[in-house]
Every structure is written in C-alpha cells, then in structure tokens.
Design a protein around this ligand. Sequence first.
Ligand code: UD1
Length: 363
Amino acid sequence: MKVVSVVGARPQLVKLAPIAAAFAATEHEHVIVHTGQHYDVNLSDVFFSGLGIPNPDVHLGVGSGSHGVQTGAVLSAIDSVLADANPDWVLVYGDTNSTLAGAVAAVKQHLPIAHLEAGLRSFNRRMPEEHNRVLTDHAADLLLAPTAEAMANLAAEGLAARSVLVGDVMVDVCLSVRTSIEADPPASRQLPEGIDASQPHLVATLHRAENTDDAARLDSLLSALADLPVPVALLAHPRLVARAESFGLKLSRGALHVGAPVGYAAMVATVLGSAGVITDSGGLQKEAYLLERVCTTLRSETEWVETLAGGWNQLVHDPRSLTAEEWAAIATRPAPDGDRGLPFGDGKAAIRVVEELERRAGI
Ligand code: UD1
C-alpha cells in the first residue's frame, strides 16, 4: 500500500509523528508532502527533528497568503505530485488550508482520501478551520474520527457509513513525550525572560484569526492577560507578532512575558511546569487536559467539548466582561479531581489508522 500524507502547518506535524512511526513499522510506502504553509524553523523544522519524523519527500514551498491564495497555491502545486505518486490513499490532517487543498486535489483525481481528525465541529461558520473541516469531510472516502462526539457530528451530516472511531493520535504523541520527559527531565525550560520556572506561572498562546485580526479585540485580550496576578509566559505565534506590530500593540506588558514558539517536547515540559494554560489553540486545549493542567480557552466555543467536563477547560470569550477578580479566579483555578475516563482514546490511534487504511484500501 502506498499512502501520501499531506501536511503543512505546525499541528499537522505533531499528528504526522505517530503516523510516520506506525508506517515505519510496516512494509507500506509512506510519502510525506509538506506544503510549506508553515516555513519558520520553530513552526516546522523543530517538529521533524524533535519528533523523529523523516524529512518530507516533497516540499511545495507555498508560504503565506490570503486563504484563497494559499489554498490555491497548494492545490496547483500538489496536482502533479499526486498524479505522479498515484497512491492508494491521500491522507490529510486536521483543518488547515493545506488540508482542504490536499483533499480537493485528490478528489479531482479520483484518489481515495482519508481525513485524520474528521468530524470536529465548532458550528462557527466564521472560522476558516470550520470551512476546511466540513468541506474536507464531505470530500473524503474514509473519515478517521478521534472521539465519539466527532462520530456523532459525522452521523448528523449523513457521513456515518464512511466514518470510523480510531481515537486521537495527539494522545499517542503527547503521552509518549510526557513519559520521556518524566524519565529524563530537561535541565532547563525554554521560558521567556522574566518567568521564574520555580514560581507559579501560566502559559499562553494566541493565534486564531478571530482573536488576532481585530485590533480592539487583540488589545483587550492582551490587557486581560497582562492584568493577571501571576506571570504569564506568552509563546507568540508569528501571526500574533505580525498583527500586534501592525496595530502598534505591545505584547510584553504587566504579567505578560513574551517568548518564541517552542518545539513539541519543550511545549509538553512547559505545560507540565505551569499552573495552567490560556489559549485559543485546539491542540493545546487537549494537551493541557492530557497533562492534567487546567485550561482557559479564549473563544466562545470549542471543538474539543470533552475537555469542558469537570471544569478542566473553561471557555471565556471576553475576559473584559468579567470583573478582574472573576477573571483571575478562573485563570488561576485549581485542577479539578475525579475520574475523567479516556475520551480521546488510549494512545494507540496511529496503529488503528494504518490498520483501517489497509483494510479499506481499494474502496
Ligand atoms: C494555521 C491554520 C490554523 C492552525 C495554525 C497552527 C489555516 C486556515 N489555519 O493558522 O488552523 O491552528 O496554522 O499554527 O490553515 N507566519 C510566519 N511564519 C510561518 C507561518 C506563518 O511568519 O512559518 C505568519 C505569516 O504572517 C502568516 C501568518 O503567520 O501570514 C498566518 O499563517 P497561516 O499559515 O496563514 O495561518 P496560521 O495563523 O498559522
């Protein structure tokens, strides 16, 4: 069996790691196509080196652009790559512009498509990721769902027959990296200047268009973070840095200490060393949950609704609608207790993905 994985953005590289490892243990041919959506070393290369992923077989080098330009550039560049490879499966990951472009290119060539992390929904049609997910799910032949909730969403859209619950590959990688870190703790952590690793602190990320692309909203979120009573390590995505600069907003202020994005193991170590997480990232909401840290999500909805159970994750769309005391109490709340079950699976999702692709090859 020959499988082409199409990846391009940071979270897809994390998901690729356990999939590439699962393929490496088989005789199958696994071809990695990197679209180049993310190109900064700390958004791309560090994941290949840090997670032991083989170098991409093909790099399309599309870079940044508006949604249409970026999606179109991938679509145009990947066409001949898929035609030449003629794989049994095109495997696309998550919900980025690279995901949608890979799926559209494949469906036009009648190549079977498998969508990893299928069935997630925010039900917010303003989000570019929601367009990408819905369109990719409806184009795909095999929907590899991470959770029971995702399976229910797919069934509600008439896609049950193409869907299978495999679990979340992020669990595979997160738990194995945590085990390595616990066995061999890093001598130091890559924290922004001004954060004392031995003192309670929070870790934050902010990169969603709905939070970064409106100057007033971005300023309000930054000032809410800056007012917290504990230091906050803000690991700033280049999109955040670019938008803040263009709006003339200062990122480092009050409790906020700004650093660069870090590789995967460093991120797991940072979350483990923190008292909690504040984010708008999907992946980080789940990593906080898996690493047993409370998460406050700066959005009005989440695709990962399982993280909300028991109060592990809490949605706060507008911290400024709360009093300073209420906001601080939420962001610094203690970890809940009680059994949480395994809503994201048992850490063996990648093996199941390969088995499903084998079983259904030639559909
Ligand atoms: C993309 C995904 C988002 C995912 C995120 C993870 C889409 C629509 N969005 O958002 O779902 O959660 O990746 O990080 O596909 N930039 C750089 N260097 C890079 C990449 C980007 O400086 O290597 C800057 C550029 O200013 C660029 C901006 O970040 O315009 C946005 O990058 P883009 O890939 O369009 O979207 P993300 O915000 O990263």
